[in-house]
Design a protein around this ligand. Structure first.
Ligand code: ZN
Length: 130
């Protein structure tokens, strides 16, 4: 059952975050040495608006992304590519949203290493019990 069917307004949120971090990709020709990036993160959430008028508190998204700031990403993820970071962030948002009773139906996370170059986009559909 969709949130609309339950009489809950849905909203699409777009939030942007940023962090600075170091990583290395073992065995990779150019990224095998430890180096740093300025990471840009974009989160798109679709969910039901709660009684407090929010789909999610933006502060929660800020906290999820803040865990990476000025970190050695290999201490958090074995292979810290943009793809794996996006997937990890989506999983964390899913977990935090679930714990706080938020009704999120879709989480999309994109991670870009630096101002230019490619970015990885992960889309995660969240199962709801209702
Ligand atoms: Zn890199």
């Amino acid at each position: 059952m969709g949130f609309e069917d339950m009489g809950i307004n849905t909203c699409r949120l777009v939030w942007r975050g940023h962090f600075e971090a170091a990583h290395c990709l073992h065995g990779h020709a150019s990224c095998g040495k430890v180096h740093g990036h300025s990471y840009d993160v974009e989160v798109v959430l679709v969910g039901g608006v709660g009684r407090d008028g929010m789909v999610i508190d933006f502060g929660m998204l800020k906290d999820v992304v803040a865990q990476f700031d000025h970190m050695m990403l290999n201490e958090i993820l074995e292979t810290p590519t943009a793809e794996n970071l996006a997937s990890y962030i989506a999983g964390d948002i899913d977990r935090v949203a679930h714990i706080s009773g938020r009704r999120i139906s879709t989480i999309e996370v994109s991670v870009r290493e630096g101002t230019y170059g490619g970015k990885a986009i992960i889309e995660r559909r969240v199962k709801t019990e209702e």
